[in-house]
Design a protein around this ligand. Structure first.
Ligand code: FAD
Ligand code: NAG
Ligand code: NAG
Ligand code: NAG
Ligand code: NAG
Ligand code: NAG
Ligand code: NAG
Ligand code: NAG
Ligand code: NAG
Ligand code: NAG
Ligand code: NAG
Length: 643
C-alpha cells in the first residue's frame, strides 16, 4: 500500500474495487505505455467522453482517454473520489465556476480550464482578433460553455445526409441519438413546465442532463407579452428542439435541475460508476503531439500509435491502439494533431518541415462559425442580475443559498429566452445571392435575451487579461437588458481555417474564423438581425422598463444601412460554434477529411469524432449536435468491431 499513502480513504476504496482503472505513479504510467489498448481516444471533451463511455459498455474493449487538461474537481474543495489516472492536485479555487450554472461567464478565458486561443486578425471585423475559448479540462468545452441546449433544424441534418450521401445523418435518424444522450430533468425551482417544452421530442434516460430555467427573472412576463404584442416573426414556439426552430420560447440548458449543476460530458458520461469500469483508463494532463504510422494496411498508411507528453514535460510517450485511434480534440486541436502527424496539405506541412504521410488538403479548412453581436439597454429595475456580478455580499448569499438549497439565481444560466427568425424568401437580400440557410424551415438568425449586461460572450471576446475577468467588467452601477443576435446561416464563403504556425507540435496554431467573410449575404443578414432585435426591444411591453441604450452609439430603428454596417463590423465577435475543420464528405470524394462513417480518408485506424466533422455549422448552438453525433459514432465504431 506504500504507493497509495497520499490517497484519502474513499480513493483507496475505489482502488480496491478496480485497481485496473487506477494509475497513480511512475509504475502506472509504465503500465499505460505497455498496455495494448483496443481504442485510444485523443481528447476527453464533449464528444470524446461519450465515445469512451459507450465503447467501454463492451467489456472486451480496453479504452484509454488522453486529455490535455486537468480533471474537474468536485464542489466544496473535495477531491473526486474516483480513480483518475495520475493524481493531479488541482487547486479548488474557482472550481465552483464550472459547477454553478450562474457562474458560466467566469469559466473562460485565461482560466486554468481554457486553451486561451485568439484568432488571427479578421478582415470582416475591421481587422480585430477575436478570443476563441476552448475547454481545457476533462469534459472539454462542455465543462466551460454557456450550456444552451439547441439541436439545430431538421433541414440542417437533412443537409448533412444529402451532402454526405449517408441517410444516417438525417434528422429522423439523429433524433433517437439526441434522445439517447439526453436526460430531461425538472427545473431547479420545480416550476410547472406545462406548455414550456414538448416532452415527445426529448429523452429522459440519457447521461446529459437538460432543464428549463431554474429561477424566475424580472423579464419573464414582459418577454411573453412582447411576443404576443409583436406577432409576425415573434411567434411562440413551444420547443425549438423539435426540428422546427422558428419562433421564440424558453431556453433549455445543460443543467441538471435537481442538483442545480452544470451537466458536462465528464459529469455525465464519466460519472463515477463509469470511471470504475476496469476497461477504461483516463489519463489527464496528457497532451497528444501526433499519431504515428509504421506501415500500410490495404494500401494506405495505418495508424496505431499515439504520442503524448505528460504535465507539459519534455519526454514523449507512446500509447498503442490495436483497433482504432479516435481523434476528439475539437475543431482547433484535431486538425492540429492531424497536421503534426503529416496528414494535410503536403505543401503546408513541408513549409514547417513535416513529412507528408496522407495527402488531405482539406484538413484544417472549411471552418465555419456563427457571428454574434450584442445590444444592451439600461433598464428601470433593480431585479436584474447585474448586482450579482459586482456585489460580493450578494454573491456570498446566492452561493450559500445554492449550496444549501440548490435554488436561487445561482441555479440558473445566462439566458432564459431564445428565438430563431427567418428572413422572408422574397427579401432583397436574396435578389442576387443564394439563400445560405439549410432549408426553408431554417432560421437566418437567432435572438438571445439576457436579464443583465451580457458579459457572457461579449466580454469574453474583448478581455485580454485575468484582471479583466468578467465579474470585474460589469458596470459599477445601473441595471441592464442585453439581447444578442447570432447569424445562424453564414454564407458559403464565410470559411476560415486552422493552420500550423510552427513545427513544434505543442505550439499554438493560426486560427481564422472567417467571420463575416461572405460579402454576398453575411452583412445583409446581420443587418436584418440587428433590426429585428431593435423591433423586439420596441414592443410596448418594454415601456417603462427599457430606459436608453447602454452605449449611446448603439444604432436605433432609424439608423441607415451604412450606420448598421459600421456597428456590425466593429462589434461582431465569435459565437464560439466553430466546426468543419475535419469535414465529412461522401465516401470516395476528393474533398473533405473523413467519410460519413467518420473514418479518415486515405488512411486506416483513424476516426475523428467531434464538432470538426460537421461540414456546415448547424443553425443552433453546437454542443447538442456534438453529443448526438458522438452517440452515433460510438454505434458505428461498435458495428465495425463486433463479430
Ligand atoms: C465559451 C463557450 C461557450 C459556448 N456556449 C455554448 C452553448 O451555450 N451551447 C452550445 O451548444 N454550445 C456552446 N459552445 C460550443 C460547444 O460547447 C462546442 O461546440 C462543443 O462543446 C465542442 O465539442 P468537441 O467535442 O468538439 O470539443 P471539446 O469539448 O472542446 O473537446 C476537445 C477536448 O480535447 C482536449 N484536447 C485538445 N487537444 C488535445 C491534445 N493535443 N491532446 C489531448 N487532449 C486534447 C481538450 O482539452 C478538450 O477536452 C460554447 C463554446 C465556448 C467556447
Ligand atoms: C494540494 O496543493 C495544495 C497547495 O497547492 C496543498 O495545500 C494541499 O495539501 C495539496 N493536497 C494534496 C491532496 O496533495
Ligand atoms: C490559459 O491561461 C490560464 C491563466 O493564465 C492558465 O492557467 C492556463 O494554463 C492556460 N491554458 C493553457 C492551455 O496553457
Ligand atoms: C442534395 O445535394 C445535391 C448536390 O449534392 C443538390 O443538388 C440537391 O439540391 C440537394 N437536395 C436537397 C434536398 O438538399
Ligand atoms: C401545470 O399547469 C397546467 C396548466 O398550465 C395544469 O393543467 C397542471 O395541472 C399543472 N400541473 C401541476 C402539477 O400543477
Ligand atoms: C514511439 O513510436 C515510434 C514509432 O514506433 C518510435 O519511433 C518512437 O521511438 C516511440 N517513442 C517512444 C518514446 O517510445
Ligand atoms: C414578400 O411577400 C409578402 C407576402 O408573402 C408580401 O407581403 C411582401 O410585400 C413581399 N415583400 C417583398 C419585398 O416583395
Ligand atoms: C507564429 O509564429 C511567429 C514566429 O515564430 C510568432 O511571432 C507569432 O507570435 C506566432 N503566432 C501565434 C498566433 O502564436
Ligand atoms: C468584402 O467586404 C470587405 C469590407 O468591405 C472588403 O474588405 C473585402 O475585400 C470584400 N471581400 C470580397 C471578396 O469582395
Ligand atoms: C420606472 O418604473 C416605475 C414603475 O415601476 C414608473 O413609475 C417609472 O415611471 C419608470 N421610470 C421610467 C424612467 O420609465
Ligand atoms: C435616430 O433617433 C434618435 C432618437 O430616437 C436620434 O437621437 C438620432 O439622431 C436619430 N438618428 C438618425 C440617423 O436620424
Amino acid at each position: 500500500m506504500r504507493l497509495f499513502h497520499k490517497l484519502a480513504a474513499t480513493q483507496i476504496l475505489s482502488l480496491l474495487h478496480s485497481s485496473a482503472a487506477v494509475l497513480l505513479s511512475q509504475r502506472d504510467l509504465t503500465r499505460v505505455v505497455n498496455t495494448n489498448y483496443d481504442f485510444v481516444i485523443v481528447g476527453g471533451g464533449t464528444a470524446g467522453n461519450v465515445v469512451a463511455n459507450r465503447l467501454t459498455e463492451n467489456q472486451n474493449f480496453n479504452v484509454l482517454v488522453l486529455e490535455a487538461g486537468p480533471r474537474q474537481v468536485k464542489l466544496h474543495g473535495e477531491a473526486w473520489d474516483i480513480p483518475l489516472i495520475i493524481w493531479h492536485n488541482c487547486s479548488d479555487a474557482g472550481i465552483l465556476a464550472l459547477q454553478v450554472p450562474f457562474l458560466t461567464a467566469t469559466t473562460t478565458t485565461q482560466t486554468p480550464w481554457d486553451w486561451n486561443y485568439t484568432s488571427v486578425p479578421q478582415p470582416g471585423l475591421n481587422g480585430a482578433s477575436v478570443g476563441l475559448p476552448r475547454g481545457y479540462v476533462l469534459g472539454g468545452t462542455s465543462s466551460t460553455n454557456g450550456m444552451i441546449y439547441t439541436r439545430g433544424s431538421k433541414a440542417d441534418f437533412d443537409r448533412y445526409a444529402n451532402f454526405t450521401g449517408d441517410e444516417g445523418w438525417s434528422w429522423d435518424n439523429m433524433l433517437p441519438y439526441f434522445k439517447k444522450s439526453e436526460k430531461f430533468t425538472p427545473p431547479s425551482d420545480r416550476h410547472n413546465t406545462t406548455r414550456q417544452f414538448d416532452p415527445s421530442v426529448h429523452g429522459f434516460d440519457g447521461l446529459n442532463s437538460v432543464s428549463l430555467p431554474g429561477a424566475p427573472t424580472v423579464i419573464d412576463d414582459r418577454f411573453e407579452v412582447a411576443i404576443d404584442q409583436l406577432g409576425g416573426e415573434f411567434t411562440y414556439n413551444l420547443d425549438v428542439n423539435s426540428g422546427s426552430m422558428l419562433g421564440f420560447g424558453w431556453v433549455q440548458a445543460t443543467i441538471d435541475g435537481p442538483s442545480a449543476s452544470r451537466s458536462s460530458s465528464s459529469s455525465g458520461y464519466l460519472a463515477r460508476e463509469f470511471l470504475l469500469r476496469p476497461n477504461l483508463h483516463v489519463l489527464v494532463n496528457a497532451q497528444v503531439s501526433r499519431v504515428i504510422s509504421e506501415g500500410n494496411r490495404d494500401g494506405v498508411p495505418e495508424f496505431k500509435t499515439v504520442e503524448f507528453r505528460l504535465n507539459g514535460g519534455d519526454s514523449l510517450f507512446n500509447a498503442s491502439a490495436s483497433k482504432e485511434i479516435i481523434l476528439s480534440a475539437g475543431t482547433i486541436n484535431t486538425p492540429q494533431v492531424l497536421m503534426n502527424s503529416g496528414i494535410g496539405s503536403p505543401s503546408h506541412l513541408h513549409s514547417h518541415g513535416i513529412q507528408s504521410v496522407v495527402d488531405l488538403p482539406d484538413v484544417g479548412e472549411n471552418l465555419f462559425d456563427h457571428p454574434l453581436i450584442t445590444l444592451s439597454w439600461r433598464v428601470n429595475s433593480s431585479g436584474t442580475y447585474d448586482d450579482y456580478r459586482r456585489n460580493s455580499a450578494l454573491q456570498d448569499e446566492a452561493l450559500q443559498t445554492w449550496k444549501t438549497t440548490r435554488q436561487g439565481v445561482y441555479a440558473t444560466g445566462a439566458s432564459q429566452h431564445i428565438g430563431f427568425v427567418r428572413v422572408p424568401s422574397n427579401s432583397s437580400v436574396f435578389a442576387n445571392a443564394p439563400d445560405p440557410a439549410s432549408g426553408p424551415g431554417s432560421p437566418h438568425f437567432e435572438i438571445l435575451v439576457s436579464v443583465s449586461t451580457l458579459i457572457f460572450v461579449a466580454v469574453f471576446c474583448l478581455i485580454k487579461t485575468y484582471a479583466e475577468f468578467p465579474y470585474r467588467t460589469t458596470p459599477p452601477e445601473g441595471n441592464y437588458l442585453s439581447i444578442l443576435a447570432l447569424l445562424s446561416s453564414p454564407g458559403d464563403n464565410a470559411r476560415g481555417s486552422v493552420k500550423l504556425n510552427s513545427s513544434d507540435p505543442f505550439s499554438i496554431p493560426l486560427i481564422d474564423t472567417g467571420l463575416l467573410a461572405d460579402n454576398a449575404t453575411d452583412l445583409a443578414l446581420m443587418r436584418e438581425a440587428v433590426k429585428s432585435v431593435l423591433r423586439f426591444a420596441s414592443a410596448p411591453a418594454w415601456e417603462e422598463y427599457i430606459i436608453s441604450p447602454q452605449d449611446s452609439t448603439q444604432p436605433g430603428l432609424n439608423a441607415t444601412d451604412a450606420e448598421l454596417d459600421a456597428f456590425i463590423r466593429a462589434n461582431t465577435r465569435s459565437g464560439y460554434h466553430i466546426v468543419g475543420t475535419s469535414s465529412m464528405t461522401r465516401k470516395g470524394a476528393g474533398a473533405g477529411v473523413v467519410d460519413p462513417d467518420l473514418k479518415l480518408k486515405r488512411a486506416a485506424g483513424l476516426r475523428v469524432v467531434d464538432a470538426s466533422v460537421l461540414p456546415f455549422v448547424p443553425a443552433g448552438h453546437t454542443q447538442a449536435p456534438t453529443y448526438a453525433l458522438a452517440e452515433r459514432a460510438a454505434d458505428l465504431i461498435k458495428a465495425t468491431h463486433s463479430p
